[in-house]
Design a protein around this ligand. Structure first.
Ligand code: NAD
Length: 360
């Protein structure tokens, strides 16, 4: 298992260090794991003047999987756009062809009360958001700021999806729905778009409906994105797999993350066509708490579980890590973001140690 480790910025190095402890413990048990480090984001800019330095690209291309912390920081906010840390992230996703972004939103029984919704709405919640990651308005050309004939300035971007881009992510969505069907009793996929207004979305809906014919065991439904945003907070348990484009997925997955109580609990996987993947927590670099040893490392540790499941097809190890995380929660161990009033809080490193202990 060749893993490129990119700690990134802010809390990135702290949370990645905990995930590396877990990988080292697994290596101690006989797994053949190789880890090599490189810079991404602001760390890349500081080290090499580029948020996605060539050395990082080389390492990431040669690895089976990439483990990333997070990128971004206030000190980089004034840099020109190509030098910004977030550009490093967009470029590594595009460069590795990571078009399928999987974001589970799962509520742990121990954390039901950390959700901002009523416990009965979120208890037992287990949904998977599949966001297309390398197309849409984030990458469409042309884009820019132009001056019109009348002298007024105008900002513009292009929303764009080609048929093959929709088709390949739709297949991933239906396959995930099929795999989850065993667990939940029925394959269910809800495709989210804005087909009442956008031509790109009308096309998206047409292609997803076509692909659905190859998956008769999965019930396909369509929903407009504004309604989906509402339904996620009204009755989130109606969903199983949500398939959507890049920009809608960006927003809906953050919304879904809060249903679970803390963004510090949510892992993600971004996959290419051959299960090579980049694994990272859903949250950002949290510069407000960086260096204080209070960040929650569980999303990053759970990202390693996703890596074992999707890239290395080791469901047994994925489950072992997930069980260890559950055990630590059952023991009442909490970082500040998920602690209820009166509960004892532990730091980032102590949480990493606790998960490693619970692995055995
Ligand atoms: P953020 O996710 O970094 O932080 C939002 C809030 O959640 C903050 O209060 C933070 O302290 C808290 N938080 C986040 N992760 C946490 C954790 N593991 N444990 C405890 N609390 C946690 O989002 P933001 O503040 O909007 O952005 C900060 C920086 O991160 C920006 O530069 C942004 O561009 C970048 N960002 C990067 C990624 C990524 O690397 N994938 C994603 C989102 C934002």
């Amino acid at each position: 298992m060749k893993i490129a480790v990119l700690p990134g910025d802010g809390i990135g190095p702290e949370i990645v260090a905990q995930a590396v402890k877990v990988l080292e413990a697994l290596r101690g048990d006989g797994l053949k794991i190789e880890m090599e480090y490189a810079h991404l984001g602001g760390a890349g800019y500081d080290a090499a003047g580029d948020p996605f330095p060539p050395a990082t690209e080389k390492l990431a291309l040669a690895a089976d999987a990439v483990l990333l912390g997070a990128v971004g920081g206030y000190q980089y906010d004034t840099l020109p756009r190509p030098m910004r840390p977030e550009q490093g992230l967009l470029r590594i996703r595009k460069g590795l062809g990571l078009f399928a972004n999987l974001r589970p939103a799962l509520v742990y029984p121990e954390l039901v009360h950390a959700s901002s919704l009523k416990p009965e709405l979120v208890s037992g919640l287990d949904i998977m958001i599949l966001r297309e990651l390398t197309g849409d308005i984030y990458f469409g050309q042309p884009r820019g700021i132009r001056t019109m004939d009348n002298g007024e300035r105008q900002g513009f971007d292009t929303m764009l999806y080609s048929e093959s881009e929709i088709r390949r992510v739709a297949h991933v969505g239906f396959q995930i729905a099929l795999k989850r069907a065993g667990k939940n009793g029925q394959g269910k996929l809800c495709s989210v778009d804005k087909a009442n207004v956008l031509d790109t979305s009308m096309f998206w809906r047409e292609i997803v409906t076509e692909v659905a014919k190859e998956y008769p065991a999965v019930a396909l439904s369509h929903m407009y994105v504004d309604n989906a945003a509402m339904q996620l907070v009204r009755a989130p348990k109606q969903f199983d797999v949500i398939l959507t484009g890049n920009i809608f997925g960006d927003i809906l997955s953050d919304e879904a993350s809060m249903l679970t109580g803390s963004i510090g609990m949510l892992p993600s996987a971004s996959l290419d066509a051959h299960n090579k993947g980049l694994y990272e927590p859903c949250h950002g670099s949290a510069p407000d708490i960086a260096g204080k040893d209070i960040a929650n490392p569980l999303a990053t540790i759970l990202s390693v579980a996703m890596m074992m499941r999707y890239t290395f097809a080791r469901v047994d190890i994925a489950q072992r890590i997930e069980t260890a995380v559950r055990k630590t929660l059952q023991q009442g161990l909490r970082t500040a973001d998920i602690a209820e009033a009166g509960m004892q809080k532990i730091g980032c490193a102590a949480m990493g140690d606790a998960v490693v202990k619970a692995l055995s």
